[in-house]
Design a protein around this ligand. Structure first.
Ligand code: GDP
Ligand code: MG
Length: 717
């Protein structure tokens, strides 16, 4: 028999872990129709007839966030057969708040009491039988992470299908009476499956939830009179009465069934004393990120990437295919297209795969052990002073892998302003593809100059760009107001789970490889073509004097970039190509440097090409521009989708371009004078002006401080 199960629960209660464990990898991720909240559907590994939906993480079913609305609409309209309420047993009190609401929907519900391993480790005791009796529904102790008892969840869910389900008995007689009266006066809800739910929503005056009922005028007055009576008798509004009742009920349940073991600090708390310490947290975070990039870019990057580039793609693939094509006597241009164009370009990108894979792996470990959630929390404490919310940092941290999921992760931010602002800045972080550019410079221009700091520097440039933009944007009228408060469960630290870490890493690597085989392949072919066709539209073997179409285009655009230090046509073409995908920046250098055709370890390679083409200052400026300017097409697409507005998308794109240009201009102009000892010129003055403008934007008074103050004063009186 085919059944549908909805997984519901608080954020971070382990829903996704349970979902992955139950469904394995056969899952479908999409958006809910019409809105951009993530939707995951999969089928049970051991029985494909059991369909499982992972609902967004929520704290309640009130209408305050998109996730809450999506969840309740799904539950009411799609009518899953069973709700599996995932409860974090180590945070049971908070989690049960949602459980009481879920049970009111009238859909059979079972509770999966997750994280029991932590409860046991802490020495706490939960009387599950009592809990199950009190709540009137099956309660199954599980550990999604350790794969314990999870099949039992499905077993119980099957048994619950079609069972007549009674909501958790939360309310005392008095409130119960009000709700009954409402049910009676609104005939159409009396016999619906969701009568209790609608009665409460009417009592709470939650218009969004009840507008579909189309109450008649009579029904409305009846409901209003019940509410008026309750408010007079209990001296609180409907919503307050209901909330209060829930809390009272939950604390009595918890007092009845949960016994805290030792009350001292857990190992996780002790670790947090150091890792989230007021003074140590940031230095430790900086050190960890240095270490991560050091391992990826310097240790793995150096030898492995050299080998992959020079030996694997250069000699084995490039040389092998080259001689194969030669012996097959194909036209020289075919040989050139395959060896120089495709192998040089796509190979140049894939050559960085070891670095990217290492970076993704280390990030996945930091995420899995629970460190990254702490960072969001620590940064919240600090960046709140700059008007940014810690919630913004989750998308930004995810953006360090790839901007597309980073931008999409902004969905968890309910405040519209905070959300738009986060979308605008999330792509400033060095994503995997930008890390290639970093690695290329680290191995060339900054090699041997103790350039190990270059990669982490780019990471912190990203963070600084986010902060500066945050401050600047906050001062405009559009973005004014305090950031929304940041609430988040901090999961206990735990040993990373191999499958989780590998799954996350592999998902990200896969996306990267697919991109290399599609967008980047296409881009390298176009670049090769433009490079080997002259301005008079004849095939020309590429050389310095060949005057290709590519060169002509590059030269036409290059003057725009000369004030920021890379006005040569190759870098221009690379930068433009980078808009398709940032990997194209590197692959353009690969094609132009003739990486694929150069067989042998001692022939000039991309590294040498780059070393010759850039100085330290122009390399840094190139990096800053490419990192901060508009991300790839895919990310712009995600921005468009999340902004859901063309004007905001354009504003974002233009803001990012101007911001990147201004920053790169300052880096190059001041760097030329201060580091390279060049004499100042007119552009130095322009850079000075840009600096003054930035400082002004940073320190000026917020645009509508007075408005905000007025509003506050009004609401306080
Ligand atoms: P979601 O937000 O509800 O989807 O939660 P996740 O599945 O992403 O889990 C949040 C965190 O809790 C992750 O770090 C998981 O590894 C961890 N976690 C999930 N289930 C368990 C469990 O049973 N025991 C422990 N110790 N950790 C868990
Ligand atoms: Mg999740």
């Amino acid at each position: 028999m085919s059944i549908t199960i909805a997984l519901a629960g608080n954020p971070n209660c382990g829903k996704s872990t349970l979902f992955n464990a139950l469904t394995g990898s056969n899952q479908y991720v999409g958006n809910w129709p019409g809105v951009t909240v993530e939707k995951k559907i999969g089928s049970y590994k051991k029985d494909k007839e059991v369909k499982i939906t992972d609902l967004p993480g929520i704290y309640s079913l009130s209408p305050y966030t998109l996730e809450e609305v999506v969840s309740r609409e799904y539950l009411i309209n799609e009518k899953p057969d069973v709700i599996v309420d995932v409860v974090d047993a180590s945070n049971i009190e908070r989690n049960l708040y949602l459980s009481t609401q879920l049970s009111e929907l009238g859909i059979p519900m079972i509770i999966a009491l997750n994280m029991m391993d932590i409860v046991e480790k802490n020495g706490d005791k939960i009387n599950v039988r009592q809990l199950s009796a009190d709540l009137g529904c099956p309660v199954i102790e599980i550990s999604a992470l350790r794969n314990k008892n999870i099949d039992k969840v499905i077993e119980e869910a099957r048994k619950a299908v079609g069972r007549n389900y009674q909501p958790i008995d939360v309310f005392d007689e008095q409130v119960e009476e009000y709700l009954n009266e409402i049910e009676k006066s609104v005939g159409k809800i009396q016999f619906s499956n969701h009568s209790r739910w609608y009665a409460i929503k009417l009592f709470e005056n939650d218009e969004k939830a009840t507008e579909s009922l189309n109450l008649s005028a009579n029904e409305k007055t009846d409901v209003e009179s019940v509410i008026a009576k309750a408010e007079a008798e209990l001296d609180d509004d409907g919503e307050g009465i209901i909330t209060d009742a829930r809390y009272t009920y939950i604390s009595s349940i918890v007092a009845n069934t949960v016994k805290k073991g030792r009350t001292g600090l857990t190992a996780s708390d002790k670790a947090d004393r150091i890792l989230t310490n007021r003074f140590l947290a940031i230095p430790i975070f900086v050190a960890i990120m240095f270490f991560v990039y050091y391992i990826a870019v310097t240790i793995v990057g150096g030898p492995v990437t050299d080998w992959v580039n020079d030996v694997f793609f250069g000699e084995i693939i490039g040389g092998g295919v080259g001689s194969l094509l030669e012996s097959a006597k194909v036209a020289p241009w075919v040989n050139s297209l395959v060896v120089d164009g495709i192998i040089g370009g796509v190979g140049g990108v894939l050559g960085f795969l070891p670095i990217i894979a290492t970076l993704y792996l280390l990030m996945a470990i930091l995420e899995d052990i629970g460190y990254m959630s702490r960072i969001a929390f620590i940064l919240d404490r600090i960046f709140r002073r700059f008007g940014l919310s810690g919630k913004s940092f989750i998308p930004i941290l995810i953006g360090t892998g790839c901007s597309v999921p980073g931008v999409m992760a902004t969905r968890t931010i309910e405040n519209e302003n905070d959300r738009r602002m986060t979308i605008m800045v999330a792509s400033f972080m060095p994503c995997g593809a930008k890390t290639e550019i970093i690695a290329l410079f680290a191995a060339s221009v900054f090699a041997g100059r103790k350039g190990w700091w270059f990669a982490p520097l780019c990471y912190f440039i990203g963070i600084i760009a986010v902060v500066i933009s945050g401050v600047i944007l906050k001062k405009t009228r559009k973005f004014a107001g305090d950031p929304a408060p940041f609430v988040m469960e901090l999961p206990e630290y735990h040993i990373p789970t191999v499958t989780n870490v590998l799954r996350t890493t592999w998902d990200r690597i896969k996306a990267f490889i697919i991109k290399a085989g599609t967008v980047i392949l296409l881009a390298t072919i176009i670049i090769w073509f433009l490079q080997n066709v002259s301005t008079s539209f004849e095939f020309v073997e590429f050389s310095n004097e060949s005057h290709s179409l590519l060169e002509a285009m590059g030269r036409a655009i290059a003057p725009i970039f000369s004030p920021i230090g890379f006005g040569d046509w190759t870098s221009t073409v690379a930068t433009i190509g980078g808009l398709a995908a940032k990997e194209v920046v590197v692959s353009t250098f690969g094609v132009v440097a003739g990486l694929g055709g150069d067989v042998g370890a001692d022939t000039p390679s991309m590294i040498e090409y780059t070393t010759a083409a850039f100085t330290t200052v122009s390399a840094l400026s190139f990096m800053v521009f490419n990192q901060l300017c508009v991300p790839c097409f895919a990310a712009v697409g995600a921005i468009r989708e999340e902004m859901n507005d063309a004007r905001w998308t354009w504003f974002t794109v233009i803001y990012q371009c101007l911001f990147a240009y201004g920053m790169a201009l300052m880096v190059f102009q001041f760097g030329s004078v201060l580091v390279l000892g060049k004499s100042p010129n007119i552009w130095t003055a322009v850079a000075g002006l840009v600096l003054i403008i930035f400082i002004y934007l940073l320190v000026r008074k917020p645009k509508n401080l007075s408005d905000v103050e007025v509003k506050r004063a009004v609401s306080e009186n």
